[in-house]
Design a protein around this ligand. Structure first.
Ligand code: GAL
Length: 305
C-alpha cells in the first residue's frame, strides 16, 4: 500500500507519476474520480480513480490537443492549440479542471480556466462534457462569462442540484460567483461579487452543517501565501470577513478542492514546482478540523486522506 507523503511525488498503480494538479474529485459508483492538470506532451487534463484514496488507477488523459470539439450555445473559441508566427504549434493552458454530474442531462460536465498559452490575457472559462466520468469528453470551447474575466476557478453543486462556478475576476481583484444553467453548460446569473480588491485565488467551496465555506489563497503566482477562509449562510448572501487558514504559506500549499468524506472534510492542495519546474509540483492533503465555525489545519508529513 502506498504511503502518501505531503510534498513528495505520488505514483499511480502502474508506477507513473500522478499529474492531477489544481484538481478536483467526484465520487461516483463507488470510486473517487480525480481530475487534474497534466502538462506533459499533448495532454491537458488527466483522470485517475480510487476506491480507498491510497491507490490510484490512471484512467486516461481526458482532454488533450486532440479532443473532439463541438460548439454549444455560446459563440465560444473551440481551439485547443494555436500556430505561432513561426508556424510551430502551441498548446493553450487549461487550469484547475472541476467536474460535476448533471442530473438533468445525465452528463459529466467539466469546467476549467482557459488561457492562450502565451500569457494570461484571455481569462476565460472552458467547458467539456461526456456521458462517462473518465473518457469520451467533447470540448465545447472557452468564453468570458457575461464578458467578465474568469481565472482561478471552482465548481460547487448544492444539495438541491443547483451548481455554481466561482472564479477570480477583474484581473483577479474580485471573486465572482455565477449560478449555472440547469444543464451546467453556461453561466445563468452572476449571484455574488466577493472581496473587492482582495485578490483571492484558488477558491474551494464546501458545505458543512448547512453553512457554505470558501477557502482561497492570495494572488502570488506559483509561490504559496497565507490561505484564508470565510463562511456564509447562502452562496448569494453575505460572506464573513476573511480569516487566516494555515500558516503564512498555508504550509507551502494552495487550495485545489475540499473533499467531503465520511463526515470529514479533506483539504487537497498543490505544492507547485514553481522555479524547479511545473512537473515537479506535488500535493498537500490535510484533514480540516473545526473550532466552532472556524476551520483549521495542522501540518502532517503524511497525507491525511
Ligand atoms: C497561480 C494560480 C495557478 C496558475 C499560476 C500561474 O496563482 O493559482 O492556477 O494560474 O498562478 O502563474
Amino acid at each position: 500500500m502506498n504511503t502518501l507523503k505531503n510534498g513528495e511525488k505520488w505514483y499511480d498503480a502502474d508506477g507513473n507519476i500522478i499529474h492531477a494538479h489544481g484538481g478536483h474529485m467526484l465520487f461516483c459508483d463507488g470510486y473517487y474520480y480525480w481530475y487534474g492538470e497534466n502538462r506533459t506532451e499533448n495532454n491537458y487534463i488527466s483522470c485517475y480513480r480510487s476506491k480507498d484514496l491510497k491507490s490510484f488507477e490512471f484512467r486516461g488523459n481526458i482532454i488533450t490537443t486532440d479532443t473532439p470539439t463541438a460548439g454549444y450555445r455560446v459563440r465560444s473559441d473551440l481551439a485547443l492549440s494555436h500556430t505561432d508566427a513561426d508556424g510551430k504549434p502551441r498548446k493553450v493552458n487549461l487550469e484547475r479542471p472541476k467536474v460535476l454530474f448533471c442530473e438533468h442531462t445525465k452528463k459529466y460536465v467539466l469546467w476549467a480556466h482557459y488561457e492562450n498559452g502565451v500569457d494570461y490575457s484571455a481569462a476565460r472559462c472552458a467547458v467539456a462534457t461526456s456521458d462517462y466520468p473518465d473518457h469520451g469528453f467533447t470540448y465545447h470551447g472557452s468564453f468570458n462569462p457575461f464578458g467578465d474575466m474568469a481565472r482561478d476557478c471552482t465548481l460547487f453543486r448544492d444539495d438541491d442540484g443547483t451548481a455554481y462556478f466561482a472564479a477570480a475576476s477583474r484581473d483577479n481583484a474580485d471573486l465572482h460567483i455565477w449560478r449555472l444553467t440547469r444543464d451546467f453548460m453556461n453561466t445563468e446569473r452572476l449571484v455574488n461579487i466577493l472581496w473587492q480588491g482582495e485578490y483571492r485565488e484558488a477558491p474551494a467551496i464546501f458545505k458543512k452543517d448547512g453553512k457554505y465555506y470558501m477557502l482561497s489563497s492570495y494572488c502570488t503566482g506559483w509561490a504559496p501565501n497565507q490561505g484564508k477562509w470565510s463562511v456564509a449562510d447562502s452562496i448569494d448572501g453575505s460572506w464573513s470577513l476573511l480569516e487566516n487558514f494555515g500558516d503564512e504559506t498555508t504550509f507551502g500549499s494552495q487550495p485545489a478542492f475540499v473533499l467531503p468524506r465520511d463526515g470529514k472534510f479533506i483539504y487537497f492542495a498543490d505544492r507547485w514546482g514553481g522555479s524547479i519546474g511545473y512537473n515537479e509540483s506535488t500535493y498537500v492533503v490535510l484533514e480540516i478540523k473545526f473550532d466552532g465555525e472556524r476551520p483549521y489545519i495542522e501540518y502532517s508529513e503524511t497525507a491525511e486522506i
